[in-house]
Design a protein around this ligand. Structure first.
Ligand code: ATR
Length: 271
């Protein structure tokens, strides 16, 4: 059977094995998918051993996405823009291709699952790390009116915005004063992993605002509570994005597109 895996540190609680196993059952694809925790200084060696042992591809999560970008022999445009890879595929010639499906996953969840229109909308993106970098290109390509990048460390937001300056209406603003009542506020900071919300003011949210955290479950709770208290119209965590980015990876590996709705529903039911 073809082998796939997600590489991370830590990776024990990853839902990816469950998601890909459900996709495989649904589409009749014969494959196995496991979670592999690589040592912090041993991602490349762990990946090489997996491929030598018959691995056909993998997903990459924190903190190895930038290293995966450097390791890949070739990368698609979205991975190059993000300088981060979340999906690897072993090619017939043995080469390693890198992709970034995070932005596509976010867009599919927003537009197809949640019915959000992105064209001409004002979007606030909180954070300037790898998670933010992965979604900027697709958001700009979707035709947003403006994408405002706000980060605790302002210089990091400026560097990231400059990288995408030619691709659409992106600018930076202070985290403490990003502007009034955006249509969409996306949290791509790591604050929630420590149970915190980024210090964004209530004025950024209004009665028409949809608040969305790129992570799911408990890690999204503090930001979504802040958004709710500030009067946001709707609040969503990133479980749908996780399943959608996985579906895109599955398609890249297998050439088959699984249905995501039943998998999202099953994971929500189990939560
Ligand atoms: P990731 O790959 O998850 O994006 P990262 O590259 O380490 O991880 O980036 C983490 C992001 O979360 C950064 O934008 C970081 O802000 P700084 O650039 O100022 O470090 C942000 N972040 C982490 N903890 C935060 C907190 N408590 N409040 C606000 N932003 C936070």
């Amino acid at each position: 059977m073809d082998r796939y895996a997600v590489f991370g540190h830590p990776v024990r609680h990853s839902l990816s094995p469950q998601i890909h196993t459900a996709f495989a059952a649904q589409t009749g694809q014969a494959l196995t998918y496991q979670a592999i925790e690589a040592p912090l200084d041993g991602f490349a060696a762990t990946l090489r051993a997996f491929i030598a042992d018959g691995g056909r591809g993998g997903n990459v999560t924190v903190p190895f996405k930038e290293e995966a970008f450097r390791l890949a022999d070739r990368c698609d445009e979205l991975a190059r823009q993000a300088q981060a890879v979340n999906t690897l595929r072993v090619e017939p010639d043995g080469g390693l291709s890198g992709f970034n499906t995070d932005g596509i996953g976010l867009l599919r969840d927003l537009t197809q699952n949640l019915g959000v229109e992105l064209r001409d909308r004002r979007v606030l993106l909180l954070g300037a790390g790898g998670a933010a970098a992965g979604v900027i290109g697709p958001l700009l390509a979707a035709g947003v009116a403006e994408l405002v990048l706000a980060n605790r460390t302002a210089a990091r937001a400026a560097t990231l915005a400059a990288r995408f300056a030619g691709q659409g209406p992106i600018r930076t603003a202070p985290l403490e004063a990003p502007g009034e009542a955006f249509d969409l506020v996306l949290n791509a900071t790591a604050a929630g992993l420590g149970g915190q919300a980024p210090a964004v003011p209530a004025a950024a949210f209004g009665p028409h605002t949809l608040a969305y955290d790129l992570v799911y479950g408990a890690a999204a709770a503090a930001f979504l509570a802040l958004a709710r208290a500030a009067g946001a119209r709707a609040c969503h965590d990133g479980l749908g994005m996780l399943v959608e980015q996985a579906a895109e990876a599955f398609w890249l590996w297998r050439g088959v597109r699984p249905a995501t709705a039943p998998v999202i529903a099953a994971l929500r039911g189990a939560a």
